[in-house]
Design a protein around this ligand. Structure first.
Ligand code: ADP
Ligand code: MG
Length: 331
């Protein structure tokens, strides 16, 4: 007598919520132990993993679709900064208790929308229980023409310090989500904008090819501008100097500074921006900025790299600002 295989709860969950996201033929519809794909000819693979943990990178009661989006986007942001285009992603998720169907439906819907929008299908993953908080780890794979990955090490004295988008919205958005009353004077639209910037960052995929063509070095800003700039300058063997008067700010961040000038520190050192930070030779900057603008991503030059080491930040009155710790550190 044949024994009929009963799908487990985990199997059903994968089949129902994750299989529809596994559009890449190499994912084998998530019916095998592993995905299998042929590396694209003439390209290098670019691999990156970023984990997000409840109450560290998001809040367990954030809308589940935004958690799915953020989990993927923080990885896509790394690929963009390396000049890479997405191929696909692996998802490892640990649930603290029983899996609520409504939650996972919204999570996989948000994730799926972004897998489609960013052309980054799900290739596989793992699903477990944990005694700890909800954690979601995505490993993304991308491609660059061989030898063309944009590194962190490579900034040269004279290069401009360039950032994409606006800086500080993620850190201010975190304050809004936490219910910071000092920001209550912002309009509803501004508060909503900041919250969305924290929950659903915008990976700058359109910059990937432009960075390959123009940048000496790049990274994404995940732990705060000043600290991340210090990392890039350090591995490049260069110093950097930026001016806060040149920082690109959203109107919400600009108004926030009117109400609470002390938030300049948050804007400079808070995490969650997921903008691109790049070292661009001065003579290449006009072409880079024009192409970026055409691609819909504003960029700004906020300073320059120099010889020696260390990061100097000039404040609103051209005074040097001091930072104990320039970036968010988990340890
Ligand atoms: P194994 O026992 O080998 O770990 P699983 O039953 O965990 O296999 O996974 C079966 C298939 O489902 C595999 O293709 C795996 O990649 C995929 N998978 C499991 N969990 C996830 C997930 N959270 N997201 C995407 N794919 C998943
Ligand atoms: Mg497994």
């Amino acid at each position: 007598m044949g024994m009929k295989r009963q799908p487990s709860g985990e199997d059903k969950l994968i089949e129902r919520f994750f299989k529809p996201l596994a559009s890449h033929p190499g994912a084998l519809s998530l019916s095998d132990d592993a995905a299998c794909l042929t590396p694209p000819a003439g390209h290098d693979l670019v691999l990156t993993a970023d984990m997000i943990v409840a109450d560290v990178h998001f809040f367990a009661d954030d809308p589940a679709d935004t958690i799915g989006k953020k989990a993927l986007r923080v990885n896509l942001s790394d690929l963009a900064a390396k000049g890479a285009e997405p191929i696909g992603a692996l998802l490892a998720i640990s649930f603290p208790g029983a899996v609520e169907e409504k939650w996972i439906e919204a999570f996989s819907r948000g994730l799926g929308e972004d897998c489609a929008a960013f052309n980054c299908p799900l290739l596989g993953g793992d699903t477990t229980k944990t005694p700890g908080p909800l954690s979601i780890s995505i490993t993304a794979m991308g491609k660059v023409p061989s030898g063309k990955m944009v590194k962190r090490a490579g900034a040269k004295p004279g290069d401009l310090v360039v950032v994409s988008g606006t800086i500080g919205d993620g850190a201010l958005g975190l304050r809004v989500v936490k219910g910071d009353t000092a920001l209550a004077q912002l309009t509803y639209e501004q508060l909503d904008y900041l919250k969305t910037r924290y929950r659903v960052p915008e990976p700058r995929m359109a910059l990937a090819t432009l960075l390959r063509d123009h940048a000496n070095a790049a990274m994404d800003i995940s732990d705060g501008l000043v600290g991340d700039l210090a990392k890039l300058a350090h591995v490049s063997g260069a110093s950097a100097r930026i001016e806060t008067s040149k920082l690109p700010l959203s109107n919400a961040a600009y108004d926030a500074l009117e109400y609470a000038a002390g938030y300049l520190r948050d804007i400079l050192t808070g995490g969650d921006d997921y903008e691109v930070l790049a070292a661009i030779p001065a003579e290449r900057y006009p072409a880079f900025a024009e192409a970026a603008g055409k691609a819909g991503v504003p960029v700004a030059a906020i300073g320059s790299f120099g010889p020696g080491e260390g990061v100097t930040v000039l404040g609103p009155d051209n005074e040097e600002l001091a930072f104990g710790q320039g970036s968010y550190s988990h340890f």
